[in-house]
Design a binder for this molecule. Structure first.
Ligand code: BG6
Ligand code: MG
Length: 214
């Protein structure tokens, strides 16, 4: 029986994944690298520094740690500018209803995002109180696909990982959930998220009748 549902943030609750993409694309173009949607799938769910390293490897570019930190900071400045205008109306359709209906069933609700900006996004959306626990990129040592973030969320919720269900839009996130021993619903394309127990196009498409039969 599922006792807790853990949501990723970027690309699952709101389309901030798009802002990460355009900020990385802008940075990559400064190095003559054309970032494609296919490349972007590799950046989803992983940490800021890991994303940068993936981009630099596409152009066979080697930089010092100091240079990489400056670039990661540059991308983040753009990302933070982009997200400042987000509003609660931009939460994906059906997400708040889904959370409410889970709560009615006494299911615990967690958020597990690799983003260090997750607290700001949650604040702008006004949804902090919808979650029993909030885990962000400042609280973990290993980035997805490592299961650390989901195991920490389960621990905070007091639920055994085998009774947790994760919603993820990133391949690395699906892998992290499975490595944590959790069920996983992929939000996006089956071609990318085939390791999930089920793939849906939009978070709000989830049918609660499927909760215990994944
Ligand atoms: C994840 C995104 O949620 O957060 C990644 O899917 C992003 O694309 C990562 O790189 C880290 O985000 P931030 O805000 O700490 O740079
Ligand atoms: Mg995501």
């Amino acid at each position: 029986m599922i006792q807790a549902v853990i949501f990723d943030l970027d690309g699952v609750i709101i389309d901030t994944a798009h802002y990460h993409y355009i900020a990385w694309k802008r940075l990559a173009s400064e190095f003559g690298i054309t970032l494609t949607p296919a490349h972007n799938e590799l950046l989803k769910g992983v940490s800021r520094m890991r994303s940068l390293e993936i981009i630099l490897s596409l152009g066979n570019i080697a930089l010092s740690q100091e240079q990489k930190e400056l670039l990661a900071e540059k991308k983040n400045t753009w990302f933070v500018e982009y997200i400042e205008s987000i509003r609660p109306e931009e939460i994906f359709p059906g997400v708040l209803d889904l959370i409410q209906n889970l709560r009615k069933r006494k299911i615990k609700i967690g958020l597990a995002s690799s983003s260090k900006n997750a607290p700001r996004v949650i604040e702008l959306l006004g949804i902090a109180r919808d979650f029993d626990t909030l885990i962000d990129g400042t609280m973990i040592n290993q980035t997805k696909p490592d299961p650390e973030i989901f195991l920490l969320a389960a621990h905070r919720l007091g639920v055994d990982p085998t009774h947790c269900l994760v919603f993820e839009d990133a391949e690395a996130g699906v892998e992290a959930a499975r490595a944590a021993g959790m069920k996983c619903v992929g939000v996006g394309q089956p071609s990318q998220l085939g390791k999930a127990d089920k793939v849906i196009a939009h978070t709000g498409d989830f049918n609660l009748n499927d909760l215990n039969s994944l």
